[in-house]
Design a protein around this ligand. Structure first.
Ligand code: ATP
Ligand code: MG
Length: 690
């Protein structure tokens, strides 16, 4: 099992009988140690089902299983590879009965928790409930129960929260339910209070391996300690410089405690980075340098100096998104990266994805949003897209069904079912069928009347969209249409929580604004792209958006650009990475209104974690890295002036590296031209495009 491992890695892999900590910087092959060690354990005769490898996310678990499969083949199926939470579920389903929990207990999602908290705390205000939720979660992660939380409460606010927590816990017990944090806390209680159960699990697991150890919290530490017992057969791998979940209770104390709790702990350090070029690694080292060191570490790469790290200054967020797209197109055009999956755009907060998504859609680049929901997958946007698809192609039956029922217009389930049977009998689309003269034989005159009315309305919209040109006209048209169908009211009626409904309505308005701008080229002007954009009719714009809905189909083969938050990018790597939105306030992040208030940290402390986040982002890149920022940023619905992130200066890049490569613009223009030709050809071939 020594193939593809350096000496230090081999040392960690071959140390099988005691506690082992691999402490090393990003990209040094820590995760690789885990997969190879699994293989090594199996090779020495440990049964696969007695090995537990704990990862940070389900996705990481799936990836690790794949890697293990390629090393050990079939037995990989038997290995317990999962997150701490999934391991918790396993323990509780098997032995939770001693804590009074039935094996079929339910696991509550965050919305369930909010509504139970509203009930427990006697409030209808979701924001208050969410603050309690945050605070209770943090307490649970620190290992505190309601009584302990009350005893240590510092003010009235915390005392109220602790009282609500007690009532919340009573309800969970009554409902035979657990929340996410209980999946760690309850197994811990189980192993601590029931020695025979603890012994059983210690016997059951021959070796426990933990990836991303720096992000474990106090309860996870205790759980691990009980699971591995005195023998301490475990391997933990981590990097203190990548600890980015302090805000969720993760603590670096877990690294400090290990040598004390396990005097025989073997510590292995890895120094060679196999992921990134020297230019990228230097920027990463420079950024992390000001943080206090828990353990001294050096990291070098033998992959050569590589391309300089570039900084892109942009005018606003749309411009920034266009530049990111141009960068991707240019690298593809130059032949340096040929697959979409070679690229990732990373950012601090979920909401930053939207403008990037819009730019990628416009350039017809397939992508996925990981660690958050895609703007275009939101129910309200899919509703609107269904209508657009129907204008463009009346025979799109799924679009017909969604439009005719959203918002409801008195055409019921039975009518649609009868229409469906009739249509398939005569081999017609639903839309064609509704105008058929013999429809009256299967439906009442009233039902036929409503269907006709809907059909005429769609035809009318299509006709008007065909003659609507330019941003202003498009905006007015879209506003009229939403009013006609009563979409805003529909959103508020179908959503209990008014704030959520308002946010969804804002998404709708943003989407319409974006569509309208595409009819008149406003976005392109603001982005400073020199290509003049011709004015388009709304129907033409709808046609391209309808075409784009096939992008989600293409996502299935996963050869797509990744959009991800920095937090969700942990442990992953891409040849080309763009770090977007590197402005003060976003990265480092300055929350305007503090959450919950249970843990009050100083900005200096938070800055350290923000710096580690930047370090994580930089070290995801293998061959090229671009850092971009814009002079204006959205704050709520307002635009405010922005400054480049202090981390850009801290990267200490050469001045020369911060200029855009002039060839980039040229290559991007060529790629854009090729795309436009393809788009025109595809639009001409689309049914319904006149
Ligand atoms: P992170 O801190 O980001 O989680 P890591 O320390 O877990 O990184 P890995 O993901 O295991 O690092 O490895 C980084 C890259 O280097 C991977 O592409 C891996 O295949 C490669 N690699 C690791 N060790 C070696 C080695 N000894 N020889 C060649 N390639 C290696
Ligand atoms: Mg890793």
């Amino acid at each position: 099992m020594s193939a593809g491992l350096n000496l230090a890695q081999q040392e960690a892999v071959n140390y099988l009988h005691g506690p082992c900590l691999v402490l090393a910087g990003a990209g040094s092959g820590k995760t690789r140690v885990i997969t190879h060690k699994i293989a090594r354990l199996i090779q020495t005769g440990v049964e696969a089902n007695r090995i537990a490898a704990i990862t940070f996310t389900n996705k990481a678990a799936a990836e690790m299983r794949e890697r293990a499969k390629s090393l050990v083949g079939r037995p990989a199926k038997e290995i317990v590879i999962c997150t701490f939470h999934a391991l918790g579920v396993r323990l509780m389903r098997e032995d939770g009965k001693v804590l009074g929990l039935k094996p079929q207990f339910s696991i509550l999602d965050s919305d369930d928790v909010t509504s139970i908290l509203k009930d427990a705390g006697g409030t209808t205000d979701a924001a208050t409930a969410r603050q309690w939720q945050w605070a209770i979660s943090l307490w649970k992660n620190l290992g505190l129960n309601a009584a302990q939380a009350l005893a240590q409460a510092k003010d009235d606010n915390e005392r109220v929260t602790a009282t609500v927590m007690a009532r919340y816990e009573e309800r969970l017990a009554a409902y035979q339910s657990v929340d996410f944090d209980d999946l760690i806390g309850l197994p811990l209680k189980l192993l601590r209070d029931f020695p025979e159960v603890c012994e059983k699990w210690q016997k059951k697991l021959g070796h426990v391996l933990v990836d991303e150890y720096q992000d474990t919290n106090a309860t996870q530490y205790e759980l691990l300690k009980l699971l591995v017992g005195e023998r301490g057969r475990f391997t933990a791998v981590g990097d203190d410089d990548q600890s980015i979940y302090g805000w969720r209770g993760a603590t670096l104390d877990n690294l400090r405690r290990l040598p004390k709790d396990y005097p025989t702990l073997k510590v292995v350090k890895l120094e060679q980075n196999y992921r990134s070029t020297s230019a990228i690694l230097r920027a990463a080292n420079n950024v992390i340098q000001p943080n206090p060191k828990l353990f001294p570490k050096t990291l070098f790469s033998e992959l050569g100096e590589g391309e300089p790290v570039r900084v892109i200054d942009c005018d606003n967020e749309e411009h920034e998104a266009e530049r990111a797209v141009r960068r991707i197109q240019s690298i593809r055009e130059s032949g340096a990266g040929k697959d979409w999956k070679d690229f990732a755009i990373l950012y601090r907060a979920n909401h930053q994805a939207r403008v990037l998504e819009q730019a990628l859609r416009k350039a017809q680049i397939p992508y996925k949003v990981s660690g958050g929901q895609s703007f275009f997958d939101r129910a309200e946007i899919r509703d609107l897209c269904a209508w657009l698809r129907l204008w463009v192609n009346n025979d799109d039956d799924p679009a017909f069904l969604r439009s005719v029922t959203t918002p409801k217009r008195g055409i019921g389930h039975q009518t649609l079912q009868a229409l469906g049977v009739f249509a398939s009998q005569y081999k017609l689309s639903l839309f064609e069928a509704l105008f058929s003269s013999s429809l009256g034989s299967v439906l009442s005159a009233r039902a036929v009347g409503s269907l006709h009315e809907f059909g005429r309305y769609v035809n009318d919209l299509e006709f008007r969209a065909r003659h609507t040109v330019g941003a202003e006209a498009a905006k007015a048209f879209l506003a009229d249409w939403l009013k006609d169908i009563g979409y805003e009211k529909h959103l508020y009626d179908s959503e209990d929580n008014e704030k959520v409904a308002a946010a969804r309505w804002t998404n709708v308005l943003d989407f319409c604004e974006w569509m309208a701008a595409r009819c008149g080229g406003e976005i392109d002007d603001a982005a400073g792209v020199s290509m003049a954009q011709e004015r388009k009719t709304l129907l033409e714009v709808a046609q391209t958006i309808a075409l784009l809905s096939t992008i989600s189909e293409r996502e299935k083969d996963q050869n797509v650009v990744t959009l991800s938050t920095l937090h969700a990018s942990k442990g992953l790597e891409w040849p080309h990475v763009i770090l977007a939105g590197c402005v003060e306030g976003m990265l480092p992040f300055k929350p305007e209104d503090a959450d919950g208030g249970v843990v009050s940290e100083s900005f200096a402390q938070r800055l350290q974690e923000e710096r580690r986040l930047m370090y994580v982002g930089i070290t995801r890149a293998q061959r090229s890295l671009v850092v971009s920022w814009s002079k204006k940023r959205k704050k709520g619905r307002e635009m405010v002036a922005a400054q480049p992130s202090r981390f850009i200066a801290e990267m200490a890049l050469d001045k020369a590296t911060t200029k855009e490569d002039p060839r980039e613009k040229l290559r991007a223009l060529r790629a854009e031209f090729a795309r436009k030709s393809a788009e025109a050809a595809a639009a001409a071939a689309t049914p319904g495009a006149a």
